[in-house]
Design a protein around this ligand. Structure first.
Ligand SMILES: *[C@@H]1O[C@H](CO)[C@@H](O)[C@H](O)[C@H]1NC(C)=O
Ligand SMILES: *[C@@H]1O[C@H](CO)[C@@H](O)[C@H](O)[C@H]1NC(C)=O
Ligand SMILES: *[C@@H]1O[C@H](CO)[C@@H](O)[C@H](O)[C@H]1NC(C)=O
Ligand SMILES: *[C@@H]1O[C@H](CO)[C@@H](O)[C@H](O)[C@H]1NC(C)=O
Ligand SMILES: *[C@@H]1O[C@H](CO)[C@@H](O)[C@H](O)[C@H]1NC(C)=O
Length: 438
């Protein structure tokens, strides 16, 4: 019965999908999701969870941690630990400059990774192209954050990552608990009252959550630079995210497929994702076996194939299933045609009553955001639809600028690793940063 319901849901929503969605991802999108192999068997199977096999690391950079990479490239790295009030122990990775540079007071650049990422994504591509090193060379005191659940922040005062309770968080908690704790710590440690905030993807979502829910933290922010901002998700083109959104109404079946607490899709789910995203022959198997690439797409001339074994070894870096479900809910709030809502987690009618005292989860109030925000987006981004970015821009309390990356095929991952990311994006951000007091 349940399976019938799911099957019909898929059929209905597939046929209801507007044209522009199909066109956007036409190269990879399998129009008949319902043709995916053996959904029924998968849902019924009791097979043990098998961790997806990632590309075997062949370069040494693949095996180095963030701070080891910082050291390898000749910079001064520091490890700092922060404990949130609910007990999560987070690592901050600081780069104070080149190893041979003298210690001086510098303006702070605080950099937050996106979904499935960690601080490592900002140092992987070496001194010429990595945002962290470019910022350090430009004279910033760089602090790379790691959200709860990621590979550097998996400790807790009294919970283990085996505990269901450990994974009971979404990006709402990252925004309202992790970011404030880390920002307090950086302000205290550096004595700098204001810092520059740079975020990618979920690293922008979490900032907007913090600034809307705890507006007092904005006194510590000089300016915010949002790369591939993800706030309104109603028109998110990512086929895998749309797939998750479609399933999210049959939550138990979905959780069986994608991991109950930590987001760890079964190999069956990975096969479905591959079927949805990967066209035959065009892309190497290694890409199609990596969750992040499946979710964000990788159709770009800006992909550096030499870098791949390294990036694939560092991602995905740990994410709660609830983070994904929260995004899926935002997608559903738009029913594929509108921007949808930017709002808190939906626990279902009775849960909502208990949690919020009302049936509908409260929305985040973007007009409370008074720090200058500039949005950096692109037209080929599977997670940040251009229309949804424009809507976000209109609602911000103090928008500073909206900048489209001048490269047609720039995608969600290119914000981190594109061959020309420095020229296309980072130099723009660095020049905008100089408009503010240092
Ligand atoms: C999508 O593609 C179809 C056929 O290729 C075309 O008729 C339609 O106008 C396209 N839709 C958009 C929104 O571009
Ligand atoms: C530090 O080393 C870098 C690269 O080796 C060099 O470009 C720079 O001039 C050096 N700085 C100082 C202060 O020695
Ligand atoms: C690709 O990445 C490697 C490793 O970081 C680097 O040496 C190389 O210059 C990059 N290639 C291009 C075209 O940027
Ligand atoms: C920062 O310093 C203030 C005042 O000294 C102190 O109350 C607060 O606990 C400190 N916060 C952190 C995160 O260290
Ligand atoms: C959102 O915040 C603004 C500014 O603080 C306030 O005027 C407005 O009433 C708030 N809207 C809602 C729906 O709470």
């Amino acid at each position: 019965m349940l399976l019938l319901l799911i099957a019909s849901l898929i059929l209905v929503s597939t046929s209801a999908m507007p044209n522009n969605f199909i066109n956007k991802t036409s190269d990879y999108f399998v129009k008949e999701i319902s043709n995916s192999p053996g959904i029924d068997e998968i849902l019924a199977s009791k097979e043990k969870f098998v961790k997806p096999q990632f590309f075997a690391p062949i370069l040494s950079d693949a095996e180095l941690t963030t701070l080891e990479l910082v050291d390898k490239y000749g910079y001064n790295g520091e490890l700092h630990k922060v404990i949130t009030y609910d007990g999560y122990i987070l690592e901050l990775h600081r780069i104070t400059g080149r190893s041979n540079s003298s210690v001086v007071q510098k303006p702070v650049a605080f950099v937050m990774h996106g979904i499935l990422g960690s601080s490592a994504i900002w140092v992987l591509s070496g001194p010429e192209k990595s945002l962290a090193f470019i910022l350090a060379d430009a004279g910033y005191d760089v602090w790379l954050a790691n959200a709860r659940g990621t590979m550097y922040s998996r400790k807790h005062r009294h919970l283990s990552i085996q505990d269901k309770k450990y994974w009971d968080f979404s990006w709402h908690e990252i925004g309202t608990r992790d970011l404030p704790a880390m920002i307090d710590y950086v302000v205290n440690t550096t004595g700098r009252e204001k810092l520059f905030y740079l975020g990618h993807s979920q690293g922008t979502t979490t900032f907007f959550v913090m600034a809307a829910e705890l507006p007092e933290y904005q006194k510590n922010i000089q300016a915010m630079f949002a790369m591939a901002p993800v706030v309104y998700c109603g028109r998110m083109p990512s086929p895998v995210m749309q797939f998750l959104a479609k399933f999210s109404c049959s939550i138990n079946a979905l959780l069986k497929l994608i991991g109950k607490y930590e987001f760890e899709p079964t190999s069956e789910a990975m096969n479905i994702f591959k079927k949805i995203v990967c066209a035959e022959d065009t892309i190497t198997q290694s890409l199609c076996s990596n969750l992040l690439f499946l979710i964000t797409g990788f159709d770009s001339e800006q992909l550096n194939k030499t870098l791949l074994p390294i990036t694939l070894a560092h991602i995905p870096a740990g994410t709660a299933t609830k983070q994904m479900m929260h995004y899926a809910q935002l997608i559903n709030s738009g029913i594929l045609v509108g921007p949808g809502k930017f709002r808190q987690y939906d626990y279902g009618p009775f849960g909502n009553l208990k949690e919020y005292g009302w049936l509908i989860p409260p929305s985040y109030n973007l007009s409370k955001i008074q720090v200058p925000v500039s949005l950096h987006y692109s037209t080929n981004d599977w997670l940040a639809n251009v229309k949804d970015v424009h809507k976000l821009y209109k609602e911000l309390g103090n928008p500073y600028g909206k900048f489209r990356v001048p490269f047609e095929k720039f995608n969600h991952l290119d914000f981190m690793w594109a061959i020309d990311v420095k020229e296309l994006l980072y130099e723009k951000i660095l020049s905008l940063m100089t408009h503010f007091p240092h």
